[in-house]
Ligand binder design. Structure first.
Ligand code: 0A1
Ligand code: ZN
Length: 849
């Protein structure tokens, strides 16, 4: 039976723990099925607490012994922890427990991956290691001794004594248990050093399985760049003698910022030109930066409770996006971020899983590592910076770091630092953290006697549990362009605080074309009456790269909607405008590649739904295919020219310049393939010397229905490389005809290399299915059934990944009644599964509500 009444935890119920910890000593005697964990913890009563009940979390532990101040005790135990009487004065808690890492398939706590021991403790995994107050506001210095035969034994902090069969580590910085880490295995390292700006020498290592040493150099450079950037931009130095990164094959997420010992999904750190695409390189650079930046935003200053998750995640995502913008192209990064935000966060905000950036309740915290907490959380930092300005932002951050170093904080603490540094009242801004849903910002304009007026109105639709929404402060960056294409009013930020508000621009000689929400200055949906001619004009003349791209995208979207809904032909205004844009060699090739892209199937489904239509995934897919074909025809001269012009010569480098050229050339190749049936793609496949070229060519061949030989060749070439074989699984599914998507995915789950124990492989296969919108939503319902079958199988092994993948069903209410019946039946089947995890139960229940 599933949990009869899973407990809901509320932000309003927060109380501090009754005890403080002065020191934690842990000894691990490693054994695959019987690891002993011996803990010695120095507690003392917390003078700020009123509740002094002594409760230690602990799950799945075999208690061997427990003692207080040297006296054996017999605690009262439940499934979730233990309690026992304790002195009203400082005392020492000692316990020995036994755990079995090799049978831990949930990948939380201490587990084994390919014979190597590793840990994942965020959010609440430490309670699977030993009895402890497993909550982020309990911070303590840790000393760790690891005993085992493995060659390499690692934990947090600085190294202490070591010898045959043991190693000791001491982390002087008080930390919550979720930042604890241990790794033990026969690993090899890629070493380096970094000297901080105050002259401290830090040893750096990336630890990998033997054979992967050649894939570490890029990650190491990204780490060094991140360390320099955080010193230069935020004034933050690294604070230990050593910084270790370990690559692990079996990992539920991208990576984890454990103090001084970051653990990475191998897909988020290992890179080589032959095996990784340009996109992989950029992602790796960003994730290394993200985890490193957590050292200050997350580790030195952590979260008081898990409701404050956005305090560390929103800020750290914001910081890593600033870093990528500085390292690469800021406009291209902004556009890519907004594409991802709309695809994941807007979708979440618009459906049954919508929740505030700072939620006020949860059942399972692992279900709240969401696009809303991360990506919308980062957007809020961007809004704040726009509102207060760059200098005040820097001042407020210094104050935040100085005031709260070593503390576990809240969003209130964060906002207070801004209020104190700037004198500004942020109570209205705080609504962004508290109210779920994406504001709809509508605008109408008016021109009279040289005065141009923009009249805005904001409305946020109701979300689960939140019917009424208050007006939020929205920074709207606006520029005005004259009829001849010149900018007549440079970018200015309008600060909207009311439900309705007007802004005037005087002294204009003619009615301008407005460029609204430049740089996507707030995460809102802009609703605006605009003609195709105006969009084409903005695509040609807007000086703001984001809005230039947006103009092309919305032109494409409206044309597609007319094709889907009214049976219209491809819009020639779009085809002409996009061709002019693509021809403009003064524009960054990476920008042009993005601007040649079309809205996703999911975006179109939502747009149709918002306009009161029921989206038909097959019709959407067909319209996209028709438009792609029309575009290829319209550009039959231009595409080969771009393809030739942007071939990269010289050694491969994963930098912005080369990857931009490759992405434009590969966009051209996709168009060429539609007309030449794959001849050029085959040549590129045969001659490819890097994965970006090889994968792009293979995709084109698959789309052209000519991929069979390349599919076999690709497997033969890469069967020894797990990360490349993940791509092999995924691409076949992504490029299948929608009628065959589910069958392709089902066939691949029978392949000997498929395993549901490896989250990357599971996500490549079943995630490939859910990402293929028309295939997943095929009218037969077999996509839904296949996903549900596998989620039911995975849940007992790995609840966290199962629960996350349930979000594929979150849009179900947009679809027709037949599809809804199919989906509902699958969701109910999942929910009726005996012993379903709390994670999956919560997700499915919310989706069905
Ligand atoms: N804090 C990490 C992500 C992370 C979150 C949860 C995990 O397990 C439930 C694992 C990793 C980050 O933001 O990178
Ligand atoms: Zn993070």
């Amino acid at each position: 039976m599933r949990d009869a009444a899973p407990q809901t935890i509320y932000l309003k119920d927060y109380t501090p723990f009754g005890y403080l910890i002065d020191g934690v000593e842990l000894t691990f005697r490693l054994h695959p099925t019987a690891t002993r964990v011996i803990s010695r913890i120095r507690f003392r009563p917390n003078p700020d607490a009123t509740d002094h009940r002594f409760f230690l979390h602990g799950e799945g532990l075999t208690l061997i012994s427990a003692a207080i101040d040297g006296q054996t005790v017999t605690p009262d135990r439940t499934d979730t922890g233990l309690t026992c009487p304790v002195p009203d004065a400082p005392f020492v808690w000692e316990a020995e427990v036994e755990i079995s890492p090799s049978t831990n398939t949930a990948l939380e706590g201490l587990y084994m991956s390919n014979g190597m021991y590793c840990t994942q403790c965020e959010a609440e995994g430490f309670r699977n290691i030993t009895y402890y107050p497993d909550r982020p506001d309990v911070m303590a210095p840790f000393s760790v001794r690891i005993e085992g035969d493995e060659k390499i034994l690692l934990s947090n902090g600085n190294p202490g004594n070591s010898g045959t069969g043991f190693a000791e580590w001491h982390d002087p910085w008080p930390k919550p248990a979720y930042l604890f880490a241990l790794v033990a295995g026969d690993l090899v390292n890629h070493p380096d050093t970094f000297t901080t700006r105050s002259g401290k020498k830090v040893e750096l290592n990336i630890w990998v399985r033997p054979g992967d040493e050649g894939k570490c150099a890029f990650g190491m450079q990204a780490l060094r760049d991140s360390m320099t950037w955080d010193e230069e931009v935020y004034g933050r130095e690294y604070d230990l003698d050593i910084f270790n990164i370990v690559a692990v094959d079996d990992f539920n997420m991208g990576a984890m910022e454990n103090k001084g010992l970051n653990i990475f999904n191998s897909s988020a750190v290992l890179a080589s030109p032959e095996t990784s695409t340009d996109t992989n390189f950029e992602r790796i650079e960003a994730i290394i930066a993200h985890e490193y930046f957590h050292n200050w935003t997350g580790n030195r200053i952590t979260c008081r409770d898990w409701f404050q998750l956005c305090l560390k995640e929103g800020l750290t995502v914001y910081r890593d996006s600033q870093f990528t913008s500085d390292m690469r192209s800021a406009p291209v990064k902004r556009i890519s971020d907004v594409i991802a935000l709309r695809a994941r966060q807007f979708r979440e905000d618009n459906g049954p899983l919508a929740h505030p950036v700072r939620p006020d309740s949860f059942v399972e915290i692992n279900n709240f590592y969401t696009a809303t907490v991360y990506e919308k959380g980062a957007e809020l930092i961007g809004i704040l910076k726009t509102l207060v300005g760059d200098n005040a932002y820097a001042k407020a951050l210094d104050l935040y770091f100085n005031r709260h170093d070593g503390e576990a904080c809240t969003i209130e603490d964060w906002l207070q630092a801004f209020e104190d540094a700037t004198g500004r009242d942020l109570s209205q801004f705080k609504r962004w953290y508290e109210q779920a849903g994406t504001p709809r910002l509508s605008v109408a304009d008016d021109f009279k006697d040289g005065t141009y007026t923009l009249n805005f109105e904001q409305k946020t639709p109701a979300t689960p549990g939140q019917d009424i929404k208050d007006a939020r402060v929205i920074p709207i960056a606006v520029g005005l362009i004259g009829p001849n294409g010149d900018e007549v009013h440079e970018t200015t930020v309008l600060e909207m605080t009311g439900a309705r508000q007007s802004f005037r621009f005087d002294g204009l000689s003619a009615k301008p074309i407005p460029s609204i929400l430049r740089g996507f200055s707030a995460p809102v949906i802009l609703e605006r009456e605009i003609t195709n001619a105006e969009r084409a004009f903005l695509l040609a003349h807007d000086t703001d790269p984001f809005n230039k791209w947006e103009a092309g995208l919305s032109l494409a979207r409206d044309g597609l909607i007319a094709m889907i809904h009214d049976g219209a032909a491809p819009d020639s205004a779009y085809l002409d405008a996009v061709q002019t844009m693509a021809r403009d060699d003064s524009l960054d090739p990476a920008f042009r590649a993005l601007a040649l892209g079309l809205p996703s199937q999911d975006d179109l489904a939502q747009a149709l739904y918002d306009q009161g239509h029921t989206p038909d995934p097959q019709a959407i897919w067909e319209a996209l295919e028709t438009l792609r074909h029309a575009k290829a025809q319209a550009m039959q001269d231009l595409a080969p020219r771009l393809y030739a012009q942007y071939q990269v010569t010289g050694p491969y480098q994963p930098n912005a310049e080369q990857s931009g050229a490759r992405s434009l050339a590969n966009a051209a190749l996709a168009m060429i393939t539609r007309l030449d049936g794959g001849a050029q793609a085959q040549r590129q496949y045969d001659n490819a010397s890097n994965m970006t070229q090889q994968l792009a060519a293979w995709s084109c061949l698959l789309q052209a229905g000519k991929g069979e030989a390349a599919t076999a060749a690709f497997y033969d070439q890469w069967q020894h490389d797990r990360l490349v074989i993940d791509k092999w699984f995924m691409l076949q599914i992504l490029n299948a005809d929608p009628a065959k998507t589910a069958d392709t995915a089902a066939r691949l789950t029978k392949h000997p290399d498929f395993t549901m124990k490896n989250p990357n492989r599971f996500r490549s296969t079943l995630g490939g299915l859910t990402a293929s919108s028309a295939g997943f939503h095929h009218a037969s319902g077999k996509g839904y059934e296949l996903l549900a079958n596998w989620l039911i199988r995975l849940d007992p092994l790995n609840p966290q990944t199962t629960a996350r993948m349930c979000s594929a069903f979150e849009t179900w209410k947009r679809y027709d009644s037949d599809r809804q019946v199919h989906i509902k039946a699958q969701l109910e089947r999942i929910l009726d599964t005996p012993s379903l995890s709390r994670d999956t139960t919560e997700m499915v229940t919310r989706i069905l509500a």
